[in-house]
Design a protein around this ligand. Structure first.
Ligand SMILES: *[C@@H]1O[C@H](CO)[C@@H](O)[C@H](O)[C@H]1NC(C)=O
Length: 370
């Protein structure tokens, strides 16, 4: 691994809120949804195109609603989500938005099931935080780059109904760093982090890792440095629920020695990605619940509401877009909502605009053989 110019200093204080994996709601969306939910019976939807699509959705995802009332309730939510997807489509024309496996969940349910309830209006990392990792040379970066092709990325995982995205982002970064250091790709244990990690941010003392209710990747690295390392997935399997800590130091597979946060400049992020490995990142996931594919490049996507932790694994240079940003470059992002979501579990987001705050919470981790 090239590490010559890197400052391997622990830099903290840029992460001010927990990632609850939550989707922020646009205010305009709320209004539309309120109008639609005015009718609680949803009989007006029977026999419509929306019900037809709902039935295809039930087939495709093997859904089963025990009662007629539940069917009608879910149909109502599904119809709202169709509207929401159409809004997202209008605001994000270079991606495809539509029905996903989450289309029968309301915004509140999605937040309550897939994420914790923490978070809220977040303060963005302030501009004058202490200096992060040293600047890297960006002149000779490849046009496109993908750590998946090099074998540094494990299969897409599924966090389930637990706000543990931050744990998946953390394991992804460590899996990559360990692969680059040893040539071996291991699946590492998110459950160890969900059960055992209560580390808090150095400056924001209330931002502590909290199982299925949210956390931060930088806190998780700190926990792992202190705990002595992380077990493999097989040794400490994922349950999707917070349980008692069963960590055993003799089962450690990878040790974490240090971590750095990366400057917000996206060429720097690309340089660290290429030279260091997959990077843990936070972003605003508002467009992700309805995302099906393409390069997401929304007209508006709040940069201050960072609520979801994911893994940056590569970038491309030829994301075609009809209306804006012709041949706009994009980031390739591994999510933890299973392979049926998005592009086989991946999200592409346009690069170079700090889109959805993708550049504001980026970290790299260093491992040592155990
Ligand atoms: C990781 O786990 C997944 C799912 O169990 C499996 O398909 C994959 O082969 C594993 N990868 C490695 C590198 O062990």
């Amino acid at each position: 691994m090239k590490g010559g110019g890197l400052t391997y200093a622990v830099v903290t204080g840029t992460a001010l809120i927990l990632l609850t994996c939550a989707l922020a709601t646009l205010e305009e969306e709320q209004e539309v949804i309120l109008q639609v939910t005015g009718n609680h019976h949803h009989h007006h939807l029977l026999g419509t195109a929306a019900e037809h699509q709902f039935n295809s959705f039930i087939q495709e995802y093997g859904k089963d609603y025990p009662t007629r009332a539940e069917y009608l309730h879910r149909l109502g939510i599904f119809a709202k989500n169709l509207l929401r997807a159409a809004e997202h489509q209008a605001m994000d024309p270079t991606a495809v938005h539509g029905v996903t496996q989450f289309s029968d969940l309301s915004q509140e349910e999605f937040e309550g099931m897939y994420m914790g309830v923490k978070g809220g209006a977040a303060a963005a990392p302030s501009e004058n935080e202490e200096v992060v990792a040293a600047e890297m040379e960006v002149g000779d970066l490849p046009e496109s780059f993908d750590w998946r092709e090099k074998g540094a990325v494990s299969d897409v995982k599924m966090q389930g109904t637990c706000g543990s995205c931050w744990a998946f982002s953390t394991t992804g970064a460590i899996e990559g760093a360990n692969f680059i250091a040893t040539g071996k790709l291991l699946n590492l244990s998110e459950q160890q982090l969900v059960d055992c990690d209560h580390a808090c941010d150095a400056t924001e003392k209330k931002a502590c890792d909290d199982g299925c209710s949210g956390g931060l990747m930088t806190n998780a690295y700190k926990y792992l440095i202190e705990a002595g390392g992380i077990e493999e997935e097989d040794a400490y399997p994922y349950t999707g629920k917070r349980g008692e800590c069963k960590f055993k130091s003799e089962k450690v597979a990878v040790k974490v020695s240090n971590f750095i946060t990366i400057p917000i400049e996206e060429n720097q992020i690309a340089a660290y990605l290429v030279n260091h490995g997959p990077l843990a990142v936070g972003l605003n996931a508002v467009f992700m619940q309805t995302y099906i594919g393409g390069v997401s490049c929304p007209l508006i996507c709040g940069k201050k509401w960072i609520n979801h932790g994911v893994l940056l694994v590569g970038y491309g240079s030829r994301g075609y877009s009809i209306l804006r940003f012709k041949n706009k470059p994009y980031w390739i992002i591994k999510n933890s909502w299973g392979k049926r979501w998005g592009e086989k579990g991946y999200y592409r987001l346009c690069r170079g605009h700090g889109m959805c705050g993708i550049n504001t919470m980026v970290s790299a981790v260093m491992t040592k053989a155990s």
